[in-house]
Every structure is written in structure tokens, then in C-alpha cells.
Design a protein around this ligand. Sequence first.
Ligand code: K7E
Ligand code: CUA
Length: 622
Amino acid sequence: MNAQRIISAVVGIAAGLLVAFVFFGDFGNEDTATSADNKSKAEKVFVPYGELDDYYMLASGGHSGQLFVYGVPSMRKIRTVPVFTPDPATGYGYDKESKEMLGDYTWGDFHHPAVSETEGDYDGEFLFANDVGNNRVAAVDLGIFHTVDIMDLPNMGGPHAGVFLTSNTEYIALPTRFARPLGGEYASLDKYEEEYKGVVSMTTFDKKKKEFDLAFQIVLPPWSYDLSDAGKKDSSDWIVMTTYNTEFATTNLEINASQNDRDYIVMINWKKLEKAVADGKYDDVNGAKMVDPRDVKGAIYAVPVAKSPHGVDVTPDGTRFIASGKLAPLMTVFSFEKAFDAIEKGDFDDEKFGIPILPYEDVMEREVDPPGALGPLHTQFDDKGHAYNTMFISSEVVKWKVDTGEVIDRKPSYYSPGHASAAEGDTVDPDGKWLVALNKIAKDNFLSVGPSHPESMDLYDISGEEMEHIMAAPVDPEPHYAQIIHRDKIKPKKLYEKDEDRPNSVWSVDDAHIERKGDEVHVYGVALRSRFVFDAKAERPDAVTVKQGDKVFFHMTNIDLDQDITHGFGINDYNLNFEVQPGQTSTLEFVADKAGTYPIYCTNFCSALHQEMSGYLLVEPK
Ligand code: K7E
Ligand code: CUA
């Protein structure tokens, strides 16, 4: 395609978007839905008082860096769980532990949540998250809905294409989006092909210690890796990743990275690489074990695919992977079995950058091209062999049969969906009940809040032959992806268990005390309804006096072992606030550099005498 054709394609896409707005703009209002329809829809999502939603939807918060928890089908927002960004509402990023976890970062760009899996099914124990903005991976403990570990990843350039998990959470994998010299070293863009690299981080997570480890990294050509998935069942040793910019464009990617009619899906055998690393076949690169899959026989292949694909999703039975065209208006179904046959026969077209290219015709099973459907981005699945594709440009969800490519139903979305998420949709055993389209544009769906509208999520009932659009719900920017997991699989704790051996913890009012070590002041305090006790023996147990310049540690334990009795802890004028949940011990560490008198108060409403839950920090001038 020459530049002119590309420009006209881009103009065409923009025009398509406009047409989609005008065309679909009238759907879902009272002209098209009768009040009986509306009543039946309302009944499907109404959760009577005292009952609970069937599913948790765990949605990425995009560049808010947070995790959004919704209930499905009510679409009520339940919680924001801070992951990559400080959050005063929960004290995350203020208490010592979470502050150290975040380091100097004040934002993250979280795209793809993934719940830990056992045999290809969500086990509901942990959720993993990628940070495209600052090259990190995080783990949220779904027992306490709290971020428990964050690891910085060396050698990366924005791990957009993760996280995805292998079937037993052996690896949490994160491929890079932007090619970059290893370690982010300086290298002229003229040296792009030689010096810039793509990298996949293969991380492991110890569920007991709640800690990540970087097992190894895979070095790749400087293509952009967009999305990826792990195989399932017979294909579970493999990972597949879409690529764009195989043109090696270094400027104006909109045009220059869309020149080739075909990009590639890269197939990697992670088992072979794991073994190679165990055998010592790696280089140490900035603390990472870097393996080149081209040096390991049978570890890497590529299959051509229609230009600039976006999503790639493995079917629940693990037999196929489906690429969504983005710029090509079609979904391509590839067969793992056919790929394995081609590999066995040694039937390679060509080599690119030392990677054997499998012939498209030999691996491709079919192209699915619903007339007028434009901009396919992502695929989800149900329990009856159907795939559901979001169409960004024609603003719809298309339901089709994976086995035959037959299109079963199409329903508009409001508007421009990115990902969709189906109930248990990434597992070997999807539920086929609900689908939520995560839209990029809300237009006039909600009360206006000015020039920038909220993003929007559409809920569809997918239990019947035809999809039924039920409702739209607003959401903060920006849920790229979400997973919907049955509530029975998540076992939230009611309390932090009492543990007398926990460092810095104090479990009775009488034991609260203060220790001074040089210019460090350690307060071992308790919070309970409705007071703070810092020093049981002091005349005023709820006041602490320090000297200007002292380093102060408030080690606070909440000894109210009743669920939901959370105490906050704010210090006037010191820009500090954190919390202790029932049974939790947290530490606040700061330098008392301002002399004066500073009220301390509980920031989380906890009892009728919550206003009385206060004290003083007194800082004597030097
Ligand atoms: Cu928004 Cu998964 Cu980052 Cu597609 S990605 S839309
Ligand atoms: Cu403790 Cu309010």
C-alpha cells in the first residue's frame, strides 16, 4: 500500500466512525425499546437488597494505574483497589510498605488484568497487572484486595502485550510494545534494526511469600508486540503474540508502520526456553537471564497475518488462536495443530531475522469477514463454541461460530469498544452468561461532565442465541481489559488475623509504648473505637511529643477485630494519611521537619464517637 492509499484508509476510518455515531446514535432510546422490554432488562440486572451480584468484574484502570472492582450483572462499582498509584482513600502509597513498593512513581498505565489460574481455570487467589508506563508488574491478593508486590522489569519498553498467564500460573508473561536498546541505553534511531530489541519478561510468583521473581527474558527483533495469549491444554507450552511495525518505522508510525500487507504472529515455546535457561544458555543483561530463542531449536516461529493485528486470543479448548485485524476488517482463525504439522514437516517459507516463517495458507484455517464490520480488536468466548469480537470502527459486537466462521448475531455498542470481557471468558470453561464491552467513547450516554466524557461499558446477556444489550454504565478512564470471575471463586478475608509475632504489632492498650533511639522515635500504638493509644503510661496516652528533625515511626495496629471497622490516621498540615484495617499493622514513617502543634485524627468514619478519635503530634522547635 502506498502512502496515499494509507491516508485515504485513515480518512475512511474516521468517516466510518462518524457514520457509526450517526447510524447507531438512536439505538437504545425510547423510540426503539418498548417499556416492557425495558422492564425485562431492568429485572435482569436488579440485585434485590440483601442479595449479591453473581460475578466480580476486575477491570484495569488504565492510566489511573488502579484496579476497578464492579459487580455483574448490576454493573455497580464496588471498589477502587490502588495498584500503581498512591491513593489517600486507603493510605496506599503513604504507609511505609506500600510507599516502598511504589518507589518514586506516582502513576502507572495498567492495561490487562489476569487472575491466577490452575489448570487453565481462574483460581481466584491473585490478580496480576502490567504497567505499560513504568515497566512494572504487580500482584493483588484477592483475599484482601490489596497490592502485595510490585517488581520493576529491566530491559523493557512498555510491557503492553501482557500480562498473560500460562495454564498453571507457571509464568506471568509481559512482552514489550516499544523496541528499545537493552537497558534503555542511548542509541541513535538510525541504528534501530541493529541495536533496538523487543523483550518478553517471564516472571514467576511465589504464592506463599507473595513475591515476584524475574525467571528470564526473551530477546526478539525490534517489532512492536501488541497483545499475546498463552496456549491451553495441548497448546499450553506455547505463547502467541501479535506484532505491528515489522516495517521498522522510527517516525510517523500511523503511516509508516502500516506499509506491509502482512505482519506476524510470533509463536514461542516457553518450555523449550525454560530448559535452555536451566542449561545455562543465556546472557546476563542488566540482571536478567536473557535467552535468544533463535539459538534454541524449535523455540520460535512466525506466521504471517493481515496487517497490524491487535488482539490474539486462544480458544477455550486450546486448538486455535484468533487474530483480530484492526486495519484489516477480518478475524483470522489459525490452527495450532496445523502449525505443529508445518513445524514438523520443516515447511518454512522464509526467514525473517532468523525466525522461520510458517506459510500462511498452511496454518490459517479461515478468515471471518462479516460484511461492513470494521476494526476488529479482541475476541472472547462462551461455552457453546462461539466467539465474540469487538469492532471498534463499526461500533458493534459480532457473535460467530469458531468451527465454521458463520456469523450468528451482531449488536451495536455505545460506542467504539476496545476489549470485551465474558464471564470466565479466558478460562478453559467460559460460562456463556454475560459479556461487557469496554468502550472508548460514551458520547451522550450519561449526564455531561464537560468536554471529556466518561468511558462507557455495555452489558450484554449472551445466554441466548441472540445477544441482548441490557445497559450501559459509566467508568473512569480507562478500562482496557477486565476479567469476570464467579463470586464463589473469590474468598475474601473478614479480618487480618491476630498474630502476636507480627513485627511492630501491639495487641492491647496496656502494651502501647514509645521507644526513642537517637533521633528516631518509634510509636508502637493501637487504634480502637474510639481512640488512639500511643503510650499507655503517659499522662496523655494519645499525644506524642518529638523534636524537630526527629524521624518518626507510627507503628499502628487496629485491635478492633470486627469486620469493616477500619481506622484512618491523618496528621494536620503534614500531608500524611494512612489506614489500618481490622487486625492490620501498618507503619507511617516521616521526618518531623516542621515544628508546631498538629492534630492527629481518624479519617475513616468508625463509630458514633469517630469525631472524638483524635490526638496530638507536638514537635518541639530545635
Ligand atoms: Cu486497550 Cu488491550 Cu491496551 Cu486493545 S488494549 S483496546
Ligand atoms: Cu476510627 Cu474513625
